[in-house]
Write a protein that binds this ligand. Structure first.
Ligand code: ZN
Length: 294
C-alpha cells in the first residue's frame, strides 16, 4: 500500500530538484498556478523534532524492498513503499547535539550512512529536597530495582512485525497533560535520570485506553513504576503505562486503538494518582506529545 508514499521529508538535493522542476513548470504557458501545490499528507507520522528526546524522520529514498536501518546496533522503524522509504529515529535525551548518523542497507545497494543534525534543547530543571529515605534505596530495594531494570531492558529490546500502519496516537486517558518530558530532576543535590514520559493527571480508576493498536508484551508491579503495562506496536515502537491501580489485560493480548488496558492509580513511587505514559522508539524514550494528533 502507498500509505506512506508522500510523507517522507525530501533531502536537500531532492528538494532542490523539485523546486527546479516547479520553476520549469511555471515557465510553461500551459501551467496555471491556481492553488498552492501542498500535498495533503496522511495524518500518520509523529511530528519530527531533531532534538534530544525527539524523533528524526530521515528519507531513505526508493528501494525494491524495505531497507534495514540501524542507529548504532539498534534496528530502526522503517516505513514507506518502494517509491520512498523513511526511517524514524528516536533520539536519546542524553544525545549530544551535533552530527549523528544512521546506517542503511537496501536490497541491491551497498551499506551507506545518512547523517542528520541534532539541535540542542534545554529542558527545565527541578531541584527537590526530599527525605533521604526516598533517595537512598535499602539494599533489598536496590537489588529489586536492579532485577527489574534488567528485566525491563529485555522488554525494551522488543522488535517485532507486523510494522505499524500508522504512528499517530490517541491520548490514553483524558486529563491535564504535563509538559514535563525531559525535565531534569535533582534530588538533594543528586542528579537523577530526566523524566522520560508524559504525566497525565486523572483520578484513580479512570480507564486507560490503548492509544494505538498493539500487543501486550509485559505486565508487572515494579518498584518505581508500580503496576505497569508495556504495549508493542511493531518495528520497535513501544508504549508504557505506569502507576496503574488495575491492569485489565494479560501478556499476549492484542488490543485495538481505544481498548481498555487498565486504570489510573498511584502505585509505585509517586505522590498522587496520575498516568505516566512513555513512548519508546529504537529503545529510546521519546516525547509522547510528538505522537499526538494535536
Ligand atoms: Zn512520570
Amino acid at each position: 500500500m502507498a500509505l506512506f508514499a508522500s510523507a517522507p521529508i525530501p533531502r536537500a538535493l531532492t528538494r532542490r530538484s523539485a523546486l527546479l522542476g516547479a520553476v520549469s513548470l511555471l515557465a510553461s504557458p500551459a501551467f496555471q498556478p491556481a492553488v498552492a501545490a501542498t500535498p495533503q499528507l496522511p495524518d500518520i507520522w509523529p511530528h519530527a523534532s531533531q532534538v534530544p528526546g525527539g524523533v528524526a524522520r530521515l528519507s531513505l529514498g526508493p528501494a525494491t524492498a524495505r531497507p534495514v536501518a540501524h542507529a548504532a546496533d539498534v534496528p530502526l522503524l522503517v516505513l514507506g513503499d518502494v517509491a520512498a522509504w523513511t526511517a524514524l529515529v528516536g533520539i536519546p535525551l542524553a544525545a549530544v547535539p551535533g552530527e549523528a548518523h544512521i546506517t542503511v542497507q537496501a536490497e541491491g545497494q551497498g551499506q551507506r550512512q545518512i547523517a542528520y543534525t541534532i539541535s540542542p534543547k534545554r529542558y527545565s530543571e527541578q531541584r527537590l529536597k526530599v527525605s533521604p529515605k526516598t533517595v537512598d534505596l535499602s539494599p533489598q530495594d536496590q537489588a529489586r530495582y536492579e532485577r527489574e531494570r534488567d528485566h525491563q531492558a529485555i522488554v525494551m529490546a522488543t522488535f517485532s512485525e507486523p510494522w505499524p500502519q500508522a504512528l499517530r496516537m490517541r491520548v490514553p486517558v483524558p486529563g491535564r497533560r504535563s509538559s514535563s518530558f525531559g525535565l531534569r530532576r535533582v534530588f538533594n543535590g543528586q542528579g537523577r535520570n530526566p523524566h522520560s514520559g508524559m504525566d497525565i493527571a486523572a483520578a484513580t480508576g479512570t480507564p486507560v485506553a490503548a492509544p494505538l493498536s498493539g500487543r501486550v508484551i509485559d505486565i508487572g508491579d515494579y518498584f518505581f513504576n508500580g503496576n505497569t503495562v508495556w504495549l508493542d506496536h511493531g518495528g520497535g515502537l513501544l508504549t508504557l503505562y505506569c502507576h496503574l491501580s488495575a491492569t485489565d489485560v494479560k501478556t499476549g493480548d492484542v488490543l485495538k486503538t481505544g481498548d481498555r488496558l487498565g486504570a489510573v492509580g498511584a502505585t509505585g513511587r509517586v505522590t498522587g494518582p496520575h498516568l505516566h505514559w512513555g513512548v519508546m522508539l529504537n529503545r529510546t524514550m521519546v516525547d509522547p506529545a510528538l505522537f499526538l494528533a494535536a
